[in-house]
Design a protein around this ligand. Sequence first.
Ligand SMILES: [Zn+2]
Length: 171
Amino acid sequence: MSNKNGFQCSRCEQYHDELPLAYGPEAPAIYFSIPAEEVSERTMLSPDLCVIDQEHFFLCGNLELPIIDSDQLFSWDVWVSVSKENFKKTLDQWENPERDQQPPMFGLIATTLPTYPDSQNLKANIHPRAVGRKPFIELEPTDHPLAVEQREGIPLTRVQEIAELILHGGD
Ligand SMILES: [Zn+2]
């Protein structure tokens, strides 16, 4: 998903044709600390689910931030750590056409994101959505900048700032 319009980049002074509206790592942060030769034995990873050592369970969800003066959303696609019981419940409901009627479940953010203080272990509610969609991740309303942005929304200029950072690095 991306904004139809590109943007004039303040970092490289080029016009980028696309302004992406979603980013996220392929796996929870802890996954990247596992030695390469142990990954296949110790982990299971799909675009939606991850299990490590049969004792750490993760779901991938959309931590959406409303874009101010727009009907669009920006999404950080984050991993959230859940209990074994809730992971199992999620699998049991996977193909249920009414799974979006399920109550939210508790989780802890397991992803670090650029431009923010550490976001790992922030508390969140995971709201299941229709089959084929990642759950909506609702952060506990704290003073963490990510939680503030989810409550108050972000201007399009902030979306561009994030795009420039991800394209060109730095902080
Ligand atoms: Zn650029």
